[in-house]
Design a protein around this ligand. Structure first.
Ligand SMILES: NC(=O)c1ccc[n+]([C@@H]2O[C@H](COP(=O)([O-])OP(=O)(O)OC[C@H]3O[C@@H](n4cnc5c(N)ncnc54)[C@H](O)[C@@H]3O)[C@@H](O)[C@H]2O)c1
Length: 405
């Protein structure tokens, strides 16, 4: 019955179709006692996604938010109200939101350049923390966060949740558990998508706030490279430019300076090579991974065709040597979960967060993994700016971290 109950809880309990069922008549749809209360710091598009997945998942709730922008707070209120009659608490200060004794965990979804300063206040609470990616915009701040996490007695998870998109869950399983590809030699990821959206304060149009496109957005893909390679990056070579997007965008007297296209090549200590192809002026949201090992090749893709307003089915193929089976599949989660955002990856990141809070082992991104995803992103941005290949050892030494090389 446990599995029935969990399934019903998560998918139906909050559906407006069943709102008429009185509390005392709920059995399958009773999510059980409330497990944990979260506060969300930063209630923009990502904070709202965290509120929606928390409430949909049903075992925890979002108690309150802190955000200096009143319309973000209003939007957060509306999201919680879709799922619960309990009012959303709105805090007047970051400290008040972090230190409220009614709350068990904090979810930090503020702009990238604020992560370290917000985290320093958050860790005073001793509560569990989910910190959004990229954990920082530069290597010294990312290192400081990694060090904070090492000595932190509670969970400090990083929001690198692409590993929970259905295509990557299956790709990781094929490559690492079934070992269908043999020894991995090369990895290719392509992301072709629409331009960055508007943000509160337009922080994502400026490298000094976001870390640059290859840190802000692409840390997700560099985290996947690092996961599949299972090795440390040695060098990064990248070219790119601001070819189309925001070339005439000015905000408070400053011109946007972010890349909208790039090719990045990463070489790993164990000989694995990875390359990444980014275009952010494509009329779609599409990503693809190709992994070649000495015993097989995997290709997977997902996307939304913004022109035809149709979704391409998730797709994954493993083409193996002739002595074993090859296969194709269409990995997915239930639609209600995928529709919460990022193909359901944020929902599954929350499941891992709750398990970690329960003291169970977790496959979620650690601060150490977050650090190395930022290192590759910063190296790529540096390579575009300076020209030529960036040696990771030298970059770490320039940042006072030669001992990590
Ligand atoms: N994991 C993912 O795939 C994913 C997706 C989107 C965004 N993000 C990350 O989430 C974070 C927020 O991005 P977003 O898209 O929601 O941006 P956004 O601009 O939509 O929202 C950011 C919110 O933070 C608020 N804010 C700014 N400074 C604050 C502070 N010091 N304290 C509290 N609130 C503050 C703003 O008023 C705004 O409401 C970024 O780090 C971004 O990279 C991650």
């Amino acid at each position: 019955m446990k599995r029935n109950k969990e399934f019903a809880n998560r998918l139906h309990a909050l559906s407006p179709r069943f709102a008429y069922i009185p509390k005392e008549d709920r059995f399958l749809m009773d999510p059980g006692p409330l497990k944990y209360r979260f506060n969300v710091i930063g209630a923009g598009v990502n904070g709202q996604e965290h509120i929606a997945v928390t409430m949909l998942e049903g075992r925890c709730t979002v108690h309150g938010v802190y955000d200096p922008n009143p319309s973000s707070v209003e939007a957060a209120r509306r999201v919680k109200a879709r799922f619960s009659d309990e009012p959303l608490v709105v805090y007047e200060s970051l400290e008040a939101a972090c230190l409220d004794p009614q709350v068990d965990a904090l979810i930090i979804c503020t702009p990238n350049h604020t992560h370290l300063e917000v985290l320093k206040v958050a860790v005073q609470s001793g509560k569990h923390i989910l910190l959004e990616k990229p954990m920082a915009t530069n290597i010294p701040d990312a290192y400081e966060i990694w060090q904070i996490a090492q000595n932190y007695p509670k969970v400090l998870q990083i929001g690198l949740q692409y590993r929970y998109k259905p295509i990557y869950v299956e790709a990781i399983h094929e490559a690492k558990v079934r070992r269908s590809l043999g020894e991995i030699k090369t990895i290719t990821i392509l992301e072709h998508r629409e331009p960055f959206l508007d943000k509160v304060g337009q922080w994502n149009k400026f490298s000094k706030y976001s870390g640059g496109t290859l840190v802000e957005k692409c840390c997700h893909y560099f985290d996947l490279f690092n996961l599949f390679a299972e090795s440390r990056p040695v060098s990064v070579y990248a070219v790119g430019s601001q070819a189309v997007n925001f070339k005439d965008f000015e905000y408070r007297g400053e011109r946007s300076d972010i890349l909208d296209n790039a090719f990045v090549i990463v070489e790993y200590e164990n000989g694995v090579r990875a390359n990444f192809n980014l275009c952010m002026f494509a009329p779609m949201v599409y990503e693809e991974i190709v992994i070649c090992g000495d015993e097989g090749r995997l290709k997977a893709s997902e996307g939304v065709n913004g022109q035809a307003y149709s979704r391409w089915a998730n797709y994954l193929e493993v083409i193996a040597l002739p002595d074993r089976t090859s296969r194709t599949m269409t990995p997915s989660y239930p639609a209600i979960i995928e529709e919460t955002g990022h193909s359901g990856a944020t929902y599954h990141e929350h499941l891992r967060f709750i398990e970690a809070m329960d003291g169970q082992p977790s496959s979620a991104a650690t601060a150490e993994e977050g650090f190395w995803s930022v290192v590759v992103g910063v190296a790529a941005e540096t390579s575009v700016r300076r020209g030529g290949r960036v040696m990771i050892g030298e970059l770490l030494a320039e940042n006072g971290l030669g001992h990590l090389a």
